[in-house]
Ligand binder design. Sequence first.
Ligand SMILES: Nc1ncnc2c1ncn2[C@@H]1O[C@H](COP(=O)(O)OP(=O)(O)O)[C@@H](O)[C@H]1O
Ligand SMILES: [Mg+2]
Length: 219
Amino acid sequence: MSILKIKNLNFSYNNNKKVLNDINIEFEKGKIYGIFGKSGAGKSTLLSLLAGLEKTKDGDILYNDMDVDNISREKYRSTVVGIIFQSYNLLYKYTPLENVILSMNIAGIKNINKKEKALELLNKVHINEEKANSKVLHLSGGEMQRVAIARALSTSAEIILADEPTGNLDKANEDEIITILKNLAHKEDKCVIVVSHSENVKNMVDKVFYLENGKILDN
Ligand SMILES: Nc1ncnc2c1ncn2[C@@H]1O[C@H](COP(=O)(O)OP(=O)(O)O)[C@@H](O)[C@H]1O
Ligand SMILES: [Mg+2]
């Protein structure tokens, strides 16, 4: 059964130019998907809609067959989806540990040892305790993105959305990030959706969708 469904989705911003045109896709748990397409094709817009950052106007997004518009935005964004951006979007003056714990606090997570859970997640993405306690500012790009992945996982989100997560990284770091995301799908049964430009990423995902002028091309 699919965890996330896009049904007859059309979208335009206020200027009325159609950015997404009749999109229909079903995503399952345990798989990693790639969405590819030229700059301006509508990839980030699609991901924003899936993330609940942008509201649907025409067509539906269903999470476990429930219309996402009928679920509390806050709950959906803080517990169902985890988001990873090209530019990491971390709090640079804080430590990785603080970044992950803050995200748990925002999600209202209680009754667990948050520090222990955060260290465990950081450890999973190969950030050791010493790194976890030094400022994000001092980390490399690859390390920052791994912290962002730990943060996305901190609320036990079932769906991980990544917008060009390796856009600022070299090939070795890209491989590492995609391998981590792939393992989350294959070993932890997450549904992972990655927007990318990279041929290398294309070869690492389970299924590829191409977006062109707002439409999904048959492949
Ligand atoms: N907030 C916005 N307001 C108006 N137009 C936007 C906005 N964000 C993106 N667009 C337009 O929507 C189209 C798709 O953009 P985007 O989804 O960012 O594409 P991609 O991520 O594939 O490069 C582009 O024409 C872009 O200019
Ligand atoms: Mg984009």
